[in-house]
Design a protein. Sequence first.
Length: 337
Amino acid sequence: MAVLVTGGAGYIGSHTAVALHDAGHEVVIVDNFANSSPAAVDAVRALTTEDLAFVEADLLDDDAVRRVFEQHEITGVVHFAAHKAVAESVSEPSRYYRNNVGSLLGVLDAMLEHGVDRLVHSSSCTVYGQPEVLPVSESAPVRAASPYGRTKLVSEQIISDVCAVRPLAAVMLRYFNPVGAHGSGTLGEDPNGIPNNLVPLVMQVAGGSRGKLPVFGDDYDTADGSGVRDYVHVVDLADAHVAALEVLAGGHEGATAVNVGTGSGTSVLELIEAARRVTGKAIPYEVVERRPGDVAKTWAAVDLAHDFLGWRAKRGIEEMMRDHWRWHCENPGGYRR
Ligand code: UDP
């Protein structure tokens, strides 16, 4: 009886694999290392058990997916495996749709064939675009602004359609901005090349491997003019997946989208200040043009996460910065030591 974690070598997947193990689940990881490293699987095993099952496979390979379900007694799936770079999705939309939607379809078909009826799906607050009302609730209009966001939107719609007619129940977690790292310092975010996201860049600037942080605009309609996001600690986020599986095991039916955030926003400048306090390092920055496609501000309504999943974020921005910094200092080259 095991939980299949697709994309379990990735940033959120690896932390979730550990959280599932800690909660008493057996775990099977599938990953094709498209944007992750075998060393992440080693790190998960070191924190859990050397026996943790791992299969290197591409989810677009139907036979390989079927074999995973034949060789392991899977009771539920947590589906992370997907491409996630917004800018790349703009220049290569068909690759994004093929991978993100095709992988999901392969997983869904295999689940239905093998009578597996519990799915926790990795979605994103990007499905909301710029919300009109804050905090943004799950009933807000969805209007993703990038091909990446639309792959997440289409995926949610596919899951809802399948849940309506087949014996399948799903929780679709709409992540806000995951940051931080496992408290051991052995598991964390390992972006390929120059990071796109704020916190890995802030850590590189604090660590001295990058000169200056570009701040994308200080003229937004926010208290200090910089963009505001709802940063959520990746370990809290991992726990939300465990909670979602428990709700599904309790007999929940249908497909339900749930925000996963802290419920409060932090601006870019506030985050830089928190990182400066925690690291004790100067973080030089330069305000540059707004980044095309960025929303000014967004943070989550978290009532549903609490009422439906019984989950609430426990860790604040300082703990996020502290844990991310520890991971960064102990693994300056990420998993490529
Ligand atoms: N940001 C920034 N400089 C960077 C990267 C990001 O000022 O080099 C800002 C960005 O404009 C946004 C926030 O940091 O307001 C979070 O950006 P990130 O790319 O991490 O997440 P997302 O845009 O997906 O919310």
